[in-house]
Design a protein around this ligand. Structure first.
Ligand SMILES: [Zn+2]
Length: 304
């Protein structure tokens, strides 16, 4: 039987939902704006916003077997309990899956959004057919998800894969990160880091997409910024795969539009950093699902 799942990808300013079947086919999709990042938002507000949206989205009563939610924040194992969320400080130990399930009368699975993106890429995207995956998201921050032996890995307190805070610069001039540390990969390869690094070099304010477009046109500073981001990403990937012996890495986010600059820089520093038996064994691939990865991964989680 080809089951259908309601999948949702929840961000600070919008919520996307889709009906997805076992093959990964998206039957219906809708995005609404919702300001969940409002500091005063309560658990009840979140449940009400999601319930109203989902009931409206499902009003023709398609047969749905389960709901999968990707949400920004740290989840405790597979419990569906959000321990905390950096952008939604009011929500602590929030029983998201249970409360939403009671409200919409369907089984609900909830998990970290980057881990959902990893699941999407693993089941339906660039890493289909692999056994393990390290997935990296380059957005406002740098995040990631880990699949070990076909299963998502969250760590004991939901904090596994804080990839963005791997240290890639130990020098005294290493950049200050939002986490309070210095030299984190996030300060080199996030969209905001790329834009600010470019501004420092050129005194021109562009967003990350404009920077990679400049690089594609051969502009010197833009090419430098992206090559540096790729070089630092290679160092961080080397740290992670050296620990885990994972051979497949996927990367999603707007910056992969500049893959022709990022990829050679990543591979050269990655292979430089790796111990000899691992050199040239790691494939680093651009996401083929991009902003659909989270939705498809949330759907895949309901089928575990
Ligand atoms: Zn950091």
């Amino acid at each position: 039987m080809n089951r259908r799942t309601l999948a949702a990808d929840i961000g600070g300013t919008n919520i996307r939902a889709a009906i997805i079947d076992d093959t990964g086919f998206v039957h219906k999709e809708k995005c609404i704006s919702a300001h969940l990042s409002d500091k005063n938002i309560t658990e009840q507000d979140v449940i009400q916003i999601l319930t109203d949206f989902f009931n409206n989205f499902l009003k023709n009563k398609p047969k749905i077997t389960a709901v999968g939610i990707g949400f920004p924040g740290f989840f405790i194992g597979n419990s569906g309990v959000l321990a905390s969320s950096p952008n939604l400080p009011n929500l602590k130990n929030f029983k998201l899956a249970n409360m939403l399930s009671d409200s919409i009368k369907l089984p609900v699975i909830a998990q970290n959004d980057a881990l959902c993106a990893a699941m999407g890429e693993f089941h339906f995207g660039a890493a289909k057919g692999q056994k393990n995956l390290l997935h990296i998201t380059l957005g406002t921050g740098v995040g990631g998800g880990l699949i070990l032996n076909h299963a998502p890995y969250t760590g004991e307190g939901g904090m596994a894969m804080e990839f963005g805070h791997l240290r890639v610069d130990q020098s005294s001039s290493a950049r200050l990160c939002g986490c309070g540390g210095r030299g984190c990969i996030e300060t080199y390869a996030s969209a905001s880091a790329v834009a600010s690094h470019y501004f420092k070099l050129s005194s021109i304010q562009l967003n990350s997409k404009e920077v990679y477009e400049k690089a594609m046109q051969g502009e010197y500073h833009a090419m430098n910024v992206l090559e540096d981001a790729g070089h630092k990403l290679g160092i961080a990937i080397a740290q992670a795969v050296t620990l885990l012996d994972i051979h497949t890495v996927t990367i999603s986010g707007g910056l992969i539009g500049a893959w022709s600059f990022l990829h050679p820089a990543i591979m050269s520093s990655l292979n430089n950093q790796l111990i000899l038996p691992m050199q040239n064994k790691i494939q680093v691939l651009p996401s083929i699902l991009n902003d659909q990865a989270g939705l498809l991964g949330a759907a895949a989680l309901t089928r575990l």
